[in-house]
Ligand binder design. Structure first.
Ligand code: PLP
Length: 393
């Protein structure tokens, strides 16, 4: 029985009516607590996947829960036409948290929407140019522009008759291929650590070379930090970790810990090109999203969660090269475990042992995207399960 069927069963005899576009994990979650999920059939599952990199604070975090409840009581919504102190505070807090050369924030609702707006700003700043360069294996979302820049979408799910601009894909970490960025290129978009592509880090020297090439050609450099951003790499953003300043940065997922929100951060060069009515949104920058963003950053800072991400990353590397694990890639809590067999087999074995992980576009890599509150005891639970699975005979 898949989980859709399980939901239908638990909700009565009606079908669930949900479009069947997502393959379903064989577990039905009814609640969460810390880094654990409780299932309808009474299991307690260690969540090392965090709902696709979203639940950075885990489940039932008191500060997050209180901020959302308080804001819902005080003012659940007003549009961007109305100035709100909570929106200004969230923007100020996010810029300060990033600690990079950004001076303008545009709040939206999802990662794809943030990327869509970043591309719009790139074409505004680079009027007349017609091309965007992306990397092989990239994932940037499912809207028209973001989907056009997602590796492999054309054959699989793109769904539109044509891309809105010329797209060139270049191989990952290949400095020689940067010559394909030219004066035609309006923007280059890159995940500094690819998520769906398999927790694959681009590294400081490649990103510095990319930055230089964009400078030479005038192309706008966009870091898509929808998955790696907001502390997941152990620094506020991967741009900080690698010491490379993009012209724009997009972030989402952990930003709202499950409340839908996203942000586009712009450097002074791009911010200058923003005109009245150039960008827009109904829900983006709503008071509940902004209260949540403040609460998430407050928790990351006051609970020193980035230091914990760094500490537990080192602990995972020290303790988990056992059983089917051959090696590691990625950064922080976008961590790739390289397997000695197809990752999906290990994923299923781990789930049988009550540990939820993720697979990725790389068939050999298990992706770990746990809450930042993970402790040594949870890493030990993973190690024990990996040992139990064992290496391939
Ligand atoms: N960019 C990256 C790097 C992502 O991992 C994702 C989602 O997985 C997106 C963009 C799209 O984000 P959303 O699903 O919020 O539109």
């Amino acid at each position: 029985m898949n989980a859709n069927a399980a939901t239908a069963a638990s909700a009565g005899s009606l079908p669930d009516y949900l479009a069947p576009v997502f393959a379903q994990y064989p577990l039905e979650v009814v609640s969460g607590e810390g880094v654990y999920l409780n299932t309808r059939d009474g299991r307690r599952v260690l969540d090392l996947y965090g709902g696709h990199a979203v639940a950075a604070l885990g489940y039932g975090h008191p500060g997050f829960t209180a901020a959302l409840a308080r804001q819902a009581r005080e003012l659940n919504f007003q549009s961007n036409a109305v100035p709100l102190a909570v929106r200004t505070r969230a923007a100020q807090r996010l810029i300060r948290f990033a600690g990079l050369d950004f001076n303008s924030v545009f709040f939206v609702n999802s990662g794809a929407e943030a990327n869509e707006n970043a591309l719009k700003m790139a074409f505004t700043a680079n009027a007349g140019r017609t091309e965007v360069v992306a990397l092989e294996q990239a994932f940037h979302g499912r809207t028209a522009a973001a989907g056009a820049l997602t590796w492999g979408s054309a054959g699989k799910w793109y769904g539109f008759p044509r891309a809105p601009f010329d797209v060139t894909f270049i191989p990952r970490r290949e400095v020689a291929a940067l010559a394909r960025i030219t004066e035609r290129t309006a923007a280059v978009i890159v995940e500094p650590v690819q998520g769906v592509g398999g927790a694959f880090e681009m590294g400081a020297s490649y990103l510095a070379a990319l930055r230089r090439r964009c400078q030479e050609t005038g192309a706008v450099l966009i870091f898509d930090e929808v998955q790696i951003g907001m502390g997941r790499c152990g620094e506020p953003f991967a741009a900080k970790l690698y010491g490379v300043q993009p012209d724009m940065l997009t972030t989402a997922k952990a930003l709202g810990n499950g409340f839908p929100c996203a942000a586009l951060l712009m450097s002074p060069r791009i911010a200058k090109a923003v005109k009245l009515d150039a960008l827009g949104t109904t829900f983006g920058g709503g008071p509940m999203a902004c209260a949540v963003i403040e609460a998430v950053i407050e928790a990351l800072e006051s609970e020193q969660l980035l230091a914990n991400v760094r500490r537990q990353t080192a602990y995972i590397r020290e303790r988990c090269r056992v059983g089917p694990v051959q090696g590691f890639q990625g950064e922080g809590f976008l961590h790739g475990l390289i397997m000695d067999r197809p990752a999906k087999l290990v994923h299923a074995e781990l789930l049988r042992r009550d540990i939820l992980t993720g697979t990725s576009g790389d068939p050999a890599v298990i992706r770990l995207l746990p809450p930042y509150t993970l402790q040594e005891s949870h890493v030990e639970q993973l190690r024990a399960a990996l040992l139990d699975i064992g290496s391939q005979p």
